[in-house]
Design a protein around this ligand. Structure first.
Ligand code: 1YM
Length: 653
């Protein structure tokens, strides 16, 4: 710090003192500005700088952004836009570029025109990144000159200066920064895949913009042939291509992706959609390129318009019969993949996590642009309208059947008292905090587990064979499935809108399957069910995978268990490789006797449990993973399983 101060070459007037106080506030309470100082916040710094470059692209002056993870985990972002202005900003009396990096909230609110993507969590910008960086350097290419300035922990090191010449036509902004390790105490290591997912999303949302990500860090195992790892994203079709990408492992119901765009009352609206033959809806919404997982007014406007226009069309064209009910929104959205992206001047975020759009003008704008253009599209493409409506009519019938099945299950459980499934061996302790339930593949393993368990706190629910793949079944079939019904009643929480976590009967839900590819597949089917029907259980960390051993090793009356091939080799090296060990390879849980199952897999003192998380991924990627695993398309699934199945613990869901 002292060193940084010594380098400051100009005197501070009153304004400057205020500036420092502003950035000091960011350093004192970083969480207020970037949400968290964990890995997510670290990555957020990159998005803040990239957002300024994306703004420049949206304004029509830039078509390429390059992001580099340097060898020392610093980040460089460069664009080919106009360059942040280097002339004096009269209000501050300092060059505009210095103001951008040293005054809080000076981000993209200067100048006029275009929609400002006050990017990221709290719309803060370059000065926050500067405040939270050990150092930051900026270069502006302007009229054949390179301007540069450096800051350390937000303090100006020297006045903006000309560093040298560049090619006459070159223009743009270059920023390099090193996140401050005293702020980001958990980690300062960037993850390529995390940046890649967000940058790809940005590229989808900004048609024609090319974003390149390069990793210059050397993988310790890379030999002389090492090359930097680079990926580029550029989508001329924008969110239409996003929909194609999301549907890539699904079977679309019709060829073209519908795409609509328009402006109403200062709201810029873009919608892209296409149905596939599955039963799930995947709608992703964005405001100023920021994902709104909780939806909001833009989503409401879309849904209302979709339902109305399709019902109107169905009635007019007699696809919905005169005496039949209107189609519900859910019916029309069955198998729908859609992206809704709005740009708006002053987005208001609401909801528990501030991820829900509140501006009412967005509702009206999306409704109006989408209604008008969808009506026209359906008139021009009656064959598309027909396949969508036919699927919706089927969905309506299935939903009626499902409702009846669900009502029946509800009534039945009311009559049966608690109505716990017959196959469940419940625990005696009634305090959920102490209890766990093992979902076990196969009756024989279920039998071993029942003998092995600690009766007071461990419940066993054996499931027969592979459970139903919920990605490929309609709701009526799902509710009719005995294994699924058993899980729903055993957990006690209800599902979907009825879900209530306070009714959860066990603190841990432990999936216990064989340690082979089939077991991994069954575990994935269960996770798919949990993710689609009770995602909160995964999000709140109640779901676990048991880890049965692969090998048992005996020598001189001593026993070892190995949970991987590497571990087996390690043990063999330690105890010596000779014929006297009789290595036993477990093919399935059923091969272990109750005592072995207890000591290796179930005993809370000795077992290994893997908690299942939702990786900090873009929502849309989670969906793709499940589709890859559970959809009809065999090839991508085979690839994925070959890559991941042996390591279920790494399964990125
Ligand atoms: C690598 C990061 O920040 N690019 C960038 C930023 C700006 C401009 C161009 C820009 C904006 C405007 C006019 C305007 C910014 N300028 C400002 C401010 N890349 C990166 N590229 N001229 C240039 O908005 O009118 C803030 S951001 F305020 F100085 F104009």
């Amino acid at each position: 710090m002292a060193e940084a101060n010594n380098q400051v070459q100009h005197e501070y007037g009153g304004d400057q003192i205020q500036i420092l106080e502003g950035l000091e506030a960011v350093r004192r309470r970083p969480g207020m500005y970037i949400g968290t100082t964990a890995s997510r916040g670290l990555h957020h710094l990159v998005y803040e700088i990239v957002d300024n470059a994306v703004d420049e692209a949206l304004a029509g002056f830039c078509d390429h952004i390059e992001v580099t993870i340097n060898e020392d985990n610093t980040i460089t972002v460069e664009d080919n836009g106009r360059g942040i202005p280097v002339d004096i900003n009269h209000k501050a009396g300092r060059p505009a570029v210095e103001v951008v990096f040293t005054i809080l909230h000076a981000g993209g609110k200067f100048g006029g025109g275009g929609y400002k993507v006050s990017g990221g969590l709290h719309g803060v910008g370059a000065s926050v990144v500067n405040a939270l960086s050990d150092w930051l350097e900026v270069r502006v290419y302007h009229e054949g000159k390179v301007y540069e300035q450096r800051y350390e922990r937000g303090h100006v090191c020297y006045d903006l200066r000309i560093a040298g010449d560049c090619e006459e036509g070159k223009r743009g902004t270059w920023v390099r920064f090193k996140p401050d390790a005293t702020i980001f105490t958990e980690t300062t290591v960037y993850e390529f895949d995390v940046l890649k997912r967000r940058l790809r999303e940005m590229a989808f949302l900004t048609k024609g913009l090319k974003i390149t990500l390069t990793d210059l860090r050397k993988d310790p195992e890379a030999g002389d042939v090492w090359e930097p790892h680079t990926e580029s994203f550029c989508y001329e079709g924008g969110i239409s291509e996003f929909v194609t990408y999301l549907n890539k492992h699904k079977a679309p119901l019709y060829e073209q992706v519908m795409y609509f765009e328009g402006d109403r009352a200062n709201v810029h609206v873009e919608v892209a959609l296409q149905h596939n033959d599955s039963y799930n809806e995947s709608i992703y919404t964005f405001v100023n390129n920021i994902n709104t997982p909780e939806g909001g007014t833009h989503l409401e406007g879309f849904k209302t318009a979709l339902t109305k226009i399709f019902n109107d069309y169905g009635r007019t064209n007699k696809i919905i019969k005169e005496n039949d009910d209107n189609l519900s929104g859910e019916d029309i959205r069955e198998g729908l993949t859609a992206i809704i992206s709005v740009k708006i001047d002053d987005p208001q975020f609401e909801g528990q996590t501030k991820q829900k759009l509140g501006n009412s003008e967005a509702r009206t704008a999306v409704n109006s642009v989408f209604s008008e253009q969808l009506t026209y599209f359906l008139e021009q493409n009656p064959q598309v309208a027909k396949v969508i409506l036919e699927k919706a009519v089927l969905a309506q019938r299935a939903r009626d059947a499902a409702r009846k099945a669900r009502d029946l299950t509800r009534r039945k459980s009311a009559l049966d008292g608690m109505g716990l499934p017959g196959k469940l061996a419940d625990c005696s302790d009634k305090d959920p905090k102490n209890c766990e339930i093992f979902i076990v593949e196969g009756d024989s393993a279920g039998g071993s587990a029942k003998s092995a368990r600690q009766r007071a706190t461990q419940a066993i629910l054996p499931l027969r064979g592979k459970i139903l793949n919920v990605e490929k079944a309609r709701e009526d079939k799902i509710y009719g499935n005995a294994e699924i019904k058993a899980m729903i009643t055993a957990f006690g929480t209800g599902i979907h809108q009825d879900f209530d976590i306070t009714k959860l009967r066990y603190d841990k839900i432990i999936i216990m399957t064989d340690a082979d590819v089939d077991g991994a597949h069954i575990a994935t089917l269960m996770l798919t069910f949990l993710y689609r029907f009770m995602p909160e259980l995964i999000k709140t960390g109640h779901v676990y995978l048991a880890q049965p051993p692969l090998y048992k090793l005996e020598k001189n009356k001593k026993t070892w268990y190995a949970y991987s091939d590497e571990e087996l080799n390690q043990i063999l090296t330690e105890v010596g490789r000779d014929n006297s060990n009789k290595i036993q390879r477990y093919k399935g849980l059923g091969e272990m006797d109750p005592e072995q199952l207890w000591e290796t897999t179930m005993d809370p003192e000795r077992r290994i449990l893997l908690r299942v998380n939702l990786a900090e991924e873009e929502e849309s990627d989670v969906d793709i993973t499940f589709t890859t695993l559970m959809g009809d398309n065999v090839e991508p699934r085979r690839e994925f399983i070959e890559k991941n199945a042996r390591f279920v613990k790494n399964l990125d869901i």
